[in-house]
Design a binder for this molecule. Structure first.
Ligand code: SF4
Ligand code: SF4
Length: 68
């Protein structure tokens, strides 16, 4: 199973990774505020991840790492 790792405290909550994910499993977590004051992105159903790395490719700040 692929694993998606976020450097959460560097996320700006722009949502580009959310739109990029073909499985629609990346979401902005509005219950969390990170170190730089944004609601960060997270993967909610990791078991559905296909490891395509579209989320990581889209992130302008290289916050996401995908391990297959
Ligand atoms: S690797 Fe692909 S399927 Fe997995 S969370 Fe990122 S965009 Fe979605
Ligand atoms: S694209 Fe990067 S900075 Fe934007 S919400 Fe996703 S992880 Fe955060």
């Amino acid at each position: 199973m692929a694993r998606v790792i976020f450097d959460t405290d560097r996320c700006k909550g722009c949502g580009l990774c959310v739109t990029a994910c073909p499985k629609k499993i990346v979401h902005i977590n509005n219950d969390v505020v990170n170190a730089i004051g944004y609601n960060p992105a997270e993967v909610t159903e990791m078991d559905k991840c296909i490891g395509c790395a579209m989320c990581a490719t889209m992130c302008p700040d290289c916050v996401i790492e995908v391990r297959r």
